[in-house]
Design a protein around this ligand. Structure first.
Ligand SMILES: [Zn+2]
Length: 259
C-alpha cells in the first residue's frame, strides 16, 4: 500500500523539521522522503513439523486428562486452595440429618442454661481432611514429609528436600487452617474424620461459674465451667444424653461416636 501521510512523523531527515512548532522550513520532495510505502504485516510463519507434533500431543494429553501434573510445594498457598477448592463448613445445615438434630438439641440446652456456643466446624471435605492430617503430622514432627501419602486431586509436594523447610511450610498450613495443636489437641486431624460425613461438630462452649443444663430426659444437671473442656466429664455426660459424644483429646470436637 502506498500513501502519503502529512505531519512531523513523516519526515525523518535533518532538513525539514522544526520540532518546537511542527512547522517545516522546507517541503520534502514528493517522490522521495514524503512518500511512505506501508507493507502489510507479515503473515505468521508456519509451524515446523516438530512443533505441529508437539501441539497435537499436548491437545491429546489434555483431552485424555493426561496433562503432566506439576505438584505445588506445601505452604500457605494451600490454605487459599482449600478456600477455593475444598471449603469446609460451619453451617449446621451441612450436618448429617440425625446428628444435626441431636447437636441442635444439645446446643439449645446449653444456650437455654446461659452458655455461649460458638460453632467452628461442621462438615469437612475429604481433600481438606487430607491436607489437615499431613500438615499437622509433618509440622509437629510426627512423621517425615516423605511419609505423606498422595491423594488424587490434591497435587501437593510435602517434601521440600530439607526437613526444616518441610516442617515450617507444613506449620504455615497448620496455622492458616487454624488447627488445634497440643496441648489443646494431641490428635492429628483424622483422614476418616466424622466431619467428612457431617457427623461431628467443633464448638467452643463457654459460661461463667455454674449453670444448670437439661439433659435429654429433661433432668437438670449443675455443671461448673472448666477451661479444659476435655476434663469436664459432667458436660460430656450431658452431651452423651443427646448422642453428642465428646472426644476427650480434642477440645472443640464432639461427634456421633466420640471419634
Ligand atoms: Zn472436630
Amino acid at each position: 500500500m502506498v500513501g502519503r501521510i502529512p505531519g512531523p512523523i513523516c519526515f525523518m531527515t535533518d532538513e525539514g523539521i522544526d520540532e518546537g512548532t511542527l512547522s517545516r522550513t522546507r517541503m520534502p520532495t514528493p517522490e522521495t522522503s514524503g512518500t511512505h510505502t506501508l507493507t502489510p504485516v507479515k503473515s505468521k510463519r508456519q509451524l515446523t513439523d516438530t512443533e505441529k507434533k508437539l501441539v497435537a500431543d499436548v491437545k491429546n494429553a489434555l483431552q485424555e486428562g493426561l496433562a503432566p501434573i506439576i505438584p505445588i510445594k506445601s505452604g500457605a498457598y494451600w490454605v487459599t486452595w482449600v478456600e477455593n477448592n475444598a471449603k469446609n463448613s460451619r453451617k449446621m445445615s451441612e450436618l448429617n440429618t440425625a446428628f444435626k438434630a441431636n447437636a441442635e438439641a444439645f446446643i439449645k440446652a446449653l444456650e437455654d442454661a446461659g452458655a455461649t456456643v460458638k460453632i467452628r466446624n461442621t462438615k469437612r471435605s475429604a481433600k481438606s481432611a487430607y491436607l489437615f492430617h499431613w500438615s499437622w503430622k509433618i509440622a509437629l514432627g510426627k512423621c517425615k514429609a516423605s511419609d505423606a501419602e498422595k491423594m488424587a486431586g490434591v497435587d501437593i509436594e510435602w517434601d521440600h528436600g530439607d526437613d526444616e523447610k518441610s516442617k515450617s511450610a507444613a506449620l504455615e498450613m497448620v496455622t492458616g487452617f487454624g488447627l488445634a495443636v497440643p496441648p489443646q489437641s494431641t490428635d492429628a486431624p483424622s483422614l476418616t474424620s466424622n466431619h467428612i460425613a457431617g457427623k461431628a461438630i467443633d464448638m467452643d462452649i463457654t459460661w461463667t461459674g455454674t449453670i444448670k443444663v437439661k439433659k435429654k430426659d429433661n433432668t437438670e444437671v449443675s455443671v461448673i465451667y472448666m477451661a479444659n473442656v476435655n476434663a469436664n466429664t459432667v458436660l460430656h455426660t450431658i452431651g452423651a444424653s443427646y448422642n453428642v459424644i465428646k472426644r476427650t483429646t480434642d477440645a472443640p470436637h464432639w461427634s456421633v461416636n466420640g471419634g
